[in-house]
Structure formats: structure tokens, C-alpha cells
Design a protein around this ligand. Structure first.
Ligand code: PRX
Length: 640
């Protein structure tokens, strides 16, 4: 955990400005956040900055605003009308550039299409689209009319799409004829058709033409987007919504088998994201910002769409795979568009590091000023490679810790306020307004350098409003462990300087290439295979992906394990969840190690999967005898 001597940081010590700003945010949180909120345009000012009835927070109660107005309309009233909003590049190399003026026109057009489809305030719209401009534009169009969007990542299967569209009660689905990925076409409409057969609430489907693939159209339900666009550009007045009206619902995995629909507000969410984006990325008028995440995840919602566009920033969006058609595709894009801020995931850095620095060296990356990392812990080796070979030993790296639930950045360096000394692998300090701590099982603060649970002790504006449809589950998942305190599910350590080191999940949630997947969800998918009676899923440490998926499956009586069955089960996981659920290893076992009360002993399975010793089994919190545990361990090690 050594501090790194970086050329750009010593002159910024001793962080007085940051600490004063932070202190104020803790001492006078309501005044502090009200000040931040004034950077947005409100149709009506709030009556109260915070109504806090634990665990429900209403920020800027009574205030009225519109997210699409804040991201688009207010810019076209200024010189930014002709500023580039989006540089979009498709995987085959096609390019579309949108100024704020064109973006305004497009958002209005799609908002009119939504209205023509009968979509109104609070209706739910599912977006199942590749990384094409229509995805952010439809999000903004929904926001414009007060409809709530649910983006479903285009790598999800038909079943996953149907589960989400049904849970949210979607009225409309927007999809495309397909999307490009590594030169292949992903048949999104075909997958959507399978899902739609299971989605009674969806009345209409809008299809965007992207790949020119033939698709089946159901005349009573499906319409091509290009057939619905009006010749004249219609103007759709942005609907004023209350600050706590939901902007979107985004599904994420937790410890149960069912994904949770995280509901985000409009006002608090935008205020948090607007402020934190400035602090973390130090965004300037001339910045060119590229976040490589998919819009289908929270990173895409907050850090591609809402925060950058609310700032009137110029952003880059790229449709395809990082290493296609050549390994230097990303470095080429940075060079081509003069990207100044580049925000990506540790998995991507590790993958591109594996190809070697000769690839970035072919390009001029001197435009870069700031690098960012998100989604998983970044190991010091990847951090240093990123710093040296991409940032040219000139650019600070902001390692941003946050979650789908937090809505915006929480723990991160904040060069927009003052540059803190960086330590490779640490997300550094909580941002202003964020009261984070590391506690023990009883909720008491841990001494420094000792591992504990990461919690947030005070409400913050970007926090989720709840879990769609289930207030009890919201209370139970985040607020029951430590009453009045938000439980993040992560392990962390605070060092002697108060720096936070995030150590990964403390629950049964995996991070596979940065994608968050609950083991319970994967187990449900595995046991839905007709030959599988019982399954347990654990993570195995992977040098590139963070976690990889290992399945221990018990087959039905009389079914013999075979390599074909392994392939079938792997394919089944892809069909039920999506490609990110593909297991790296499958072990067929005759018995899963269990406690006497029938609980699967995951620690043993993890030890087997990771080929490590089971450690001090006498501390296991289960009723099984030590002998039984050892016996199961050895039996399992011999299987597979
Ligand atoms: O475990 C933490 C990890 O990602 C989880 C949240 O995942 P998700 O909701 O998909 O959102 C990811 C993008 C915001 C966290 O509980 N995580 C996120 N950022 C970091 C991280 N782990 C370590 N360092 C980070 N910077």
C-alpha cells in the first residue's frame, strides 16, 4: 500500500481545499447540496432539501425539473448549440456526429414517436438496444415526457429481457434488427421476439434499423422507427416532474435469485451526478470524454448519458469490441477524436495490457489528461501499466468506487477540487457529501489497516429511491444489517491516511469482467437445466476477468456426466442469462458438501475452485464436523 511518487502531485499537497470542502459538506449537508443543485435548471425550486424517513430519502422534495431539458435544451440556448455532443463510431467504422442542436432535434423526434405510441408520464419503456445513438436518445426522449426507462443490456438473453420487462410492467419495447459485435451480428429482434412471447404488458415494439438484417415483424405490434418519424420536426415540451419522480429503473444482481429493479430519482440523482462528475473528471468546456462502458449498466446511465450531457460535454461512444478488427481499436479512437478523459474498467486494462504496449505506442495519445477506472478493484500492476503506457506518466487515474444503488460516484480522487496523492489500487477518499466508513459486524468502526464492511452512514442525493415494487426487500437488502446505515455489500480497508481500499464483495455476488452477477441467479439458471438436480456456483479468481464462474452440479439419478453435457449446460447458462454467465469450469459431483442443516458449504467449493487450502475450518460457522468437511473437500478435489 505504498504511496506512489508521481510527478504531478506533490505541489498539490496538503489537500486543504478538499478537506475544507468536505468538512462543509458534513457540517451543513443541506446547504451544501442545495448549492450543488443550483447548477441545474429547475422549473420550480424545492420546498425541502431532504426529507429523511429512514430508509427512504426524498431529496429536493417539491422541486420540479426535467432531465432531458437539463441535458439538451439548456445547452441549445447557448453557444453550445453548435458544440459536438456525441461522436459516435460504429464497429464497422461508420461515424455519426451530433451537435447539441442535432441532439435536441433527435430527442424531440423520438419523444414524439413515444407519444404517438401512447406512452405517457410514469409509463415504463424497455430499451434493448446495441450501443447506437438511438439508445441515449431514447433515454432522453423518455425523460422528456416523464416516462421511466429500463435499459436491458443487449448481451442479456430473451429470458432475462422478459423477466425485466415483466417486473417493470413495460408498455413498450424498443429494440433493433441487430447489433455488431466482433464482426458478427447479434440478432436482437429475434431475441426480443422470444422475450415478447412471455411479456403480456408490452403493447408495441419499435425497431431501429442498424444492421439491415431481415427480421420478422408482427404487424399489430411492431413498427420500424424510420416509418414512424414525422417529416417535420415536432417539438415536444419537456414534462416538469417532481424531483422524486423516477427517472429510470435499472436491474442489478444481489444475493437472491431475482434481480433487483433499482429505482433512481430525477432531482437528487442529477444533482449528485452533476456535482461528482465535475469533482472527479474536472470536466472543462474543451474536454473530449470517453467512457467505454455499455449504456446498459449504471456506468453508462450516469457516466455516459446524464452527467456528461448535463455538463454540455463532448462525448465519444463506440459500438463494438475493444480489440476489433485490430487490437489497437481503442487507441486509434483516442487518437482520432483527441480524447482527453478516458474512463474504463480494470478488466479491459488487463486484457489490453496482455496484448502489449506496442499497440498504444502506434498512436498519439498525447491528448489524454485524465484516466479513470471503475467496476472492480484495479490491481497495482494494471494501474501502473495504464498510468505509464496510456497516460504517458502524465495523467492521474481516478479509481471511482460506486454502485448501481449509489447512482453516482462515492469514493474517488477528485482532481476537480484538489489532487490527492494517489496510491495504485486505492479509490482514495470519500467525495464531499459522502459519509463512508469501514465497520465490523456490530457496526463499530474498524481500526485502520483492518478489513471490515463498507457502509455509508448518511443519505446522499444519488441514492436509490427503492427496489421496484418491493419496499420490504429494499429495507432488508440495504438497511437491516445496520439500522439507519446503508450496507454496500463490499469489504474494504481504511489505511492510516484514511484512504479506502475496496477488497471486493462480502456477499455471494461475483464480478465477472466487471459485470455484476449473483451466484443465486446463476444457480437458478443451472438447475433449470432438465438434467441438473442441484447446483452451487462460486467464483474463481481470474487474472483478467476478476472472477470467473465455476459450477458444481449434481445430475439427476441415472444421468452420467459427459463432456457433451458440460457443453450443453454452458450453452443453457448463456440462453437463460446471457453470454456473461458462461461458466469457465463445470464439475459434476455426486454430492455437494453441506452442513447438517442443509446449507451448502461454499467456502469448501471456493477452496476447490481456486485450488487453495480450506484454511482454518474450525472457524466455519456451520454444524458439520471438521472430519466431514475435510472428507467432502478431498472428494470434491478428486472430481471434475
Ligand atoms: O464491488 C464493488 C464493485 O462493483 C460493485 C458495484 O457493481 P455495479 O452495481 O455493477 O456498479 C459498477 C459500476 C459503478 C461494488 O459493490 N466496484 C465498483 N467500483 C469499484 C468496485 N470495486 C473496486 N473498486 C472500484 N473502483
Amino acid at each position: 500500500m505504498a504511496e506512489l511518487s508521481l510527478p504531478f502531485q506533490s505541489k498539490y499537497l496538503p489537500l486543504k481545499k478538499f478537506h475544507d470542502f468536505y468538512r462543509r459538506s458534513m457540517d451543513e449537508p443541506e446547504e451544501f447540496w442545495a448549492e450543488q443543485a443550483r447548477h441545474l435548471d429547475w422549473f420550480k425550486t424545492w420546498d425541502k432539501v431532504l426529507e429523511w424517513k429512514p430508509p427512504f430519502a426524498h431529496w429536493f422534495a417539491g422541486g420540479q425539473l426535467n432531465a432531458s431539458y437539463n441535458c439538451v435544451d439548456r445547452h441549445v440556448k447557448t453557444w453550445r448549440k453548435s458544440k459536438v455532443a456525441i461522436y459516435w463510431e460504429g464497429e464497422p467504422g461508420d461515424v455519426r456526429v451530433f451537435s447539441y442542436s442535432t441532439l435536441y432535434t433527435e430527442v424531440n423526434k423520438l419523444a414524439a414517436v413515444l407519444k404517438d405510441c401512447g406512452v405517457g408520464k410514469e409509463d415504463r419503456v424497455a430499451l434493448y438496444l446495441p450501443m447506437i445513438p438511438e439508445l441515449p436518445i431514447f433515454m432522453l426522449a423518455c425523460a422528456r415526457i416523464g416516462a421511466i426507462h429500463t435499459v436491458v443490456f443487449s448481451g442479456f438473453s430473451a429470458q432475462a429481457l422478459a423477466d425485466r420487462a415483466n417486473d417493470v410492467g413495460a408498455k413498450l419495447l424498443v429494440t433493433a434488427d441487430g447489433g455488431f459485435r466482433r464482426g458478427k451480428v447479434i440478432p436482437l429482434k429475434q431475441i426480443a421476439d422470444e422475450a415478447l412471447a412471455m411479456c403480456p404488458s408490452v403493447e408495441k415494439t419499435i425497431v431501429v434499423r442498424r444492421v439491415n438484417a431481415p427480421v420478422d415483424m408482427e404487424p399489430a405490434r411492431d413498427c420500424w422507427l424510420h416509418d414512424m418519424l414525422a417529416e417535420e420536426t415536432p417539438l415536444v415540451t419537456p414534462e416538469p416532474v417532481e424531483a422524486n419522480d423516477p427517472l429510470y429503473i435499472l436491474y442489478t444482481s444481489g444475493t437472491t435469485g431475482k434481480p433487483k429493479g433499482i429505482v433512481h430519482s430525477t432531482g437528487g440523482y442529477l444533482v449528485h451526478n452533476y456535482a461528482a462528475y465535475q469533482w472527479v473528471f474536472n470536466i472543462k468546456e474543451e474536454s473530449v470524454y470517453w467512457c467505454t462502458a455499455d449504456v446498459g449498466w449504471v456506468t453508462g446511465h450516469s457516466a455516459i448519458v446524464y452527467a456528461p450531457l448535463a455538463h454540455g460535454a463532448a462525448i465519444v461512444i463506440y459500438e463494438g469490441a475493444p480489440d476489433y478488427p485490430t487490437i489497437d481499436r481503442w487507441w486509434h479512437i483516442i487518437d482520432k477524436y483527441g480524447v482527453t478523459i478516458f474512463y474504463t474498467s480494470p478488466t479491459a486494462v488487463r486484457m489490453l495490457m496482455g496484448y502489449g504496449e506496442q499497440w498504444p505506442q502506434k498512436h498519439d495519445l498525447s491528448s489524454l489528461e485524465l484516466l479513470g477506472s471503475v467496476g472492480e478493484p484495479i490491481n497495482p500492476e494494471a494501474w501502473l501499466w495504464f498510468y505509464k503506457h496510456i497516460g504517458g506518466e502524465r495523467c492521474p487515474i481516478v479509481d471511482t468506487w460506486w454502485q448501481t444503488e449509489t447512482g453516482g460516484f462515492m469514493i474517488s480522487p477528485a482532481p476537480g477540487i484538489e489532487r490527492a496523492p494517489l496510491k495504485p489500487g486505492s479509490a482514495t477518499l470519500p467525495l464531499p457529501g459522502i459519509n463512508a466508513d469501514v465497520v465490523d459486524e456490530a457496526g463499530k468502526p474498524m481500526p485502520s489497516e483492518e478489513r471490515g464492511l463498507l457502509v455509508i452512514k448518511k443519505p446522499w442525493p444519488g441514492m436509490l429511491l427503492g427496489i421496484h415494487g418491493t419496499p420490504e426487500r429494499y429495507q432488508e437488502a440495504y438497511w437491516s444489517r445496520f439500522p439507519g446505515i446503508f450496507y454496500t455489500g463490499d469489504y474494504a480497508v481504511k489505511d492510516k491516511d484514511g484512504y479506502f481500499w475496496i477488497l471486493g464483495r462480502s456477499d455471494e455476488v461475483l464480478k465477472v469482467a466487471g459485470h455484476r452477477i449473483g451466484t443465486a441467479e446463476l444457480e437458478n439458471a443451472a438447475v433449470s437445466h432438465p438434467q441438473v438436480t442441484e447446483a452451487a456456483v462460486v467464483g474463481k479468481a481470474d487474472p483478467i476477468k476478476g472472477d470467473s464462474i465455476v459450477i458444481f452440479a449434481r445430475l439427476n439419478d441415472g444421468v452420467s456426466p459427459s463432456p457433451t453435457l458440460k457443453q450443453e449446460l454452458a450453452q443453457h447458462m448463456r440462453n437463460i442469462v446471457g453470454a456473461m454467465a458462461t461458466p469457465d469450469e463445470i464439475y459434476f459431483v455426486t454430492k455437494l458438501p453441506k452442513t447438517r442443516s442443509g446449507k451448502i458449504m461454499r467456502r469448501i467449493l471456493k477452496a476447490v475452485a481456486n485450488n487453495v487450502s480450506i484454511g482454518d475450518i474450525t472457524t466455519l460457522e456451520d454444524e458439520a464436523s471438521v472430519d466431514e468437511v475435510i472428507k467432502s473437500y478431498h472428494e470434491l478435489k478428486q472430481t471434475g
